[in-house]
Design a protein around this ligand. Structure first.
Ligand code: HEC
Ligand code: HEC
Length: 132
């Protein structure tokens, strides 16, 4: 009897731990997010990126996990295509080399590899999956 109670207690505790660990992470929102801060709108779907770790895109800020949108004030809130600072939304999305975190284009280029058609499809400025 005591043993059963003990095991029950341990199970309860570990469930509580698991629940609190998950509580910090929000649900990924529904598909069809319009990224429309710049001239070309991109529709982003979490479902097509579900095998990628959330934190590969939602990178930590000041060492803390952060799920706010890219263009949150104080983050990538400069919408001038020519801006090259860390605040540049264009760079956060397109920078293909030496980016601190995985950008859309850097990963899409890597995903396409040597496949030229796939590269056009995933990293093209027009007639692509990003910019139809
Ligand atoms: C491939 C990159 C990528 C991955 C992986 C990813 N997300 Fe996102 N997420 C985005 C983008 C892009 C947006 C839209 C941001 C914007 O509107 O600026 C977004 C938006 C969100 C938002 C809404 C933010 C807001 O305040 O508007 C939440 C919450 C979120 N994601 C949670 C998650 C979770 C949880 C996971 C993992 C299960 C995840 N995301 C995986 C790219 C990603
Ligand atoms: C770490 C890798 C990775 C990152 C980062 C990433 N993607 Fe993708 N993305 C993929 C893969 C893999 C596919 C599916 C490719 C295929 O068709 O085989 C994809 C497909 C897509 C598609 C076409 C499918 C659909 O849902 O319409 C769009 C649009 C897209 N990504 C937008 C984005 C945007 C916008 C970002 C940045 C906010 C982003 N991706 C970041 C890996 C990534």
């Amino acid at each position: 009897m005591m043993k059963k109670l003990f095991i029950g207690g341990v199970l309860l505790l570990s469930t509580a731990f698991a629940a609190s660990a998950f509580a910090a992470q929000p649900e990924a929102p529904a598909d069809g997010i319009k990224m429309n801060r710049m001239s070309k709108v991109v529709i982003f779907n979490h479902s097509t990126h579900k095998d990628i770790k959330c934190t590969d895109c939602h990178h930590p800020v000041d060492g803390k996990e952060d799920f706010r949108s890219c263009a949150t004030a104080g983050c990538h809130d400069n919408f001038d295509k020519k801006d090259k600072s860390v605040n540049s939304l264009y760079q956060a999305v397109h920078k293909a080399k030496d980016a601190k975190f995985k950008t859309c284009v850097a990963c899409h280029v890597a995903t396409a590899g040597d496949d030229k058609e796939k590269k056009k499809e995933l990293a093209g400025c027009a007639k692509s999956k990003c910019h139809p």
